[in-house]
Design a protein. Sequence first.
Length: 304
Amino acid sequence: MDQTLLLGLLAATLRIATPILLAGLGETLAERAGVLNLGIEGIMLVGAIVGFSVAYSSGSLWLGLLAAMLAGLLAGLLMGWLAVTLGLNQHVSGLGVTLLTSGLALFAFRLQFKGTATPPTLEPFPQLRLPGLGVIAPIFEQYWLTYFAFLLVPLMGWVLSRTTFGLWIRAVGENPQAADTAGVNVARVRYTALALGGALMAMGGAFLSLAQLGMATFGIVAGRGWVAIAIVIFGNWQPGKVMLGAALFGFVEALQLRLRAIGLPVPYQLLLALPYLVTIVALALAGRNAAYPAALLKPYKRED
C-alpha cells in the first residue's frame, strides 16, 4: 500500500468513525446513568432527516444542526418519560422510541419533498485542514464535527471522573438508592443524561446528512446506532475506549471500500458485512468481562 492510499485510508477512518463516536458517547452518558437507550438508531435518523430538512428549507447548515440536536434532545426526554418516570422495560421503551421517531421523521420527509424526481441535496459543511502537518496533512483534512467528536472524548472523560455532575451520573448508574440517600435527584440526573445523550446521537445522524453526504435518504443511518451500542460495551463505558471501538469500525469500513475499489476478487456482500462482523467479534470478546453499570436496566422508584 503506497503512502497516498494509506493516508487516504486513515483520513476515511476518522470520517467514518465520527457519527458512531458521537452516538456512542451519547449512549455512554445514558448507560452510565443506568438507562439503556435502544432508541439510538431512530434518534440518529431523526437527526439526519430533521437536520437536512431544516438546513434545506432555511439555507443554514448551523440551524439544521441545531434543529437536529433539539429533536434528539426531545427524543431523549421521551425515553426518560418512558423508562424513568413510568418505569417501563427499557428494551421495549427504546425500541418504541426507534420505531416512533423513525416513522415520524420519514413521514415528515416525504411530506416536505413529495413529488421530487431526484433526491434533494445541499452544499455540506466544508472540510478543514490543520496547517503545518507536512506529509500527514491529508489525514487531518476533516469536517469540524470530526474534530469536535474526538475532542469531546477527553472532555467527557474528565466530566465523568472529575466533576460533581459526573459523580452523580456514576452514582445513579451504580447505586441509585445510595445516591438518593445522599440527596441526589436520581430522576433529574437520568433525564439530563438521556437528553444530552440524545442530542449527541442526533448530532451523529446530522453529520451524515449535513457533512459527509449532503443529502438524506431513508437508509442513511444503516445500522450505525446498533454499532454504537456495541462499541459502548466494547469500550467498557469509558469514552477513550469507546473512541477506539469507533475507530476500529471506521478503519474496517474504510478498508472494505478500498478493497472493493481495487477489485479484490471477493463477493462484495462479504466486504459490506465485514465491518459488522468485526463489531460482533469484538463485542463477543469484550462482552464476557464487561463491567456493566450495576443499576443498568433497573428502574428506580423512591418509595421502593
